[in-house]
Design a protein around this ligand. Sequence first.
Ligand code: NDP
Length: 263
Amino acid sequence: MDLGLTDKPVVVTGGSSGIGLATARLLLEEGARVAICARGAERLEKVAAEFAATFGADRVLAQPVNVLDEGDMTAFAAAVKDRFGGAVALVNNAGQGRVSTFAETTDDAWREELELKYFSQIRPIRAFQDMLAASGEGAIVATNSLLALQPEPHMVCTSSARAGVQNLLKSLARELAPAIRVNSILVGLIDSNQWQRRFEAREDKSQSRDDWYANLARTKNIPMGRLGQPEEAARLLAYLASPAASFITGAQVEISGGISRFI
Ligand code: NDP
């Protein structure tokens, strides 16, 4: 299947690691031109250099950006417009989860988490909306979490914020149609830096990486018996971002190895 992405400019937030990195790489492999952003300039530059060497410097743009910062996002959008002339798709992927129960979550933590989850969608969408609409095949795809539909008490504010974002995306799919399609993926557990950080913080330091991950998959009762790989989420994101998904909007696709317990 041809995704129809040859030479098309696509933006991926949080493109320096994990799911965003795998998505940016796959989009480049599919012939797209790709703009990535993240806060950490060093890791971003390393990724950009690797991409430029493999795919050509003219097909890659990388800019240090906090997606929550309006000025950063405006400058990033201007750089994308300047370099690529516009954008056909925006993959809103930047972010991280917060592990805390209701008892542990302070008011400030609630505000921080709600701001991260909502504004990591709102700011990039505002910045790129006109370019996406003008492209004639605009698409937004959000990396959301299965927690939106299946909350976990140990991630109470992330679950709640994810549910609200899912609701927002559904509204946007109506408001922005037909110029821009809006879809999301609902991620279960994908092996990325987030899990690497939790592995490194494990209590029993004698436990190997393989054992820790196998135990995690068992504890979480993942029917596929393992965590997903970033490349598996990337294939879904790239498809939904591409003109190949031209009649799909307002959809949410689970990618969890079968972990959900609802129909
Ligand atoms: P990683 O930590 O590997 O990657 C996160 C990326 O987002 C990094 O590039 C990071 O770079 C960037 N980022 C984070 N905050 C910001 C910000 N404010 N502005 C700009 N860039 C930012 O994690 P994943 O690949 O796992 O996460 C991707 C998305 O998937 C996240 O939204 C995450 O919450 C979601 N998700 C992941 C799950 C999983 O199991 N992996 C489960 C459910 C949801 P930097 O830190 O330098 O800014």
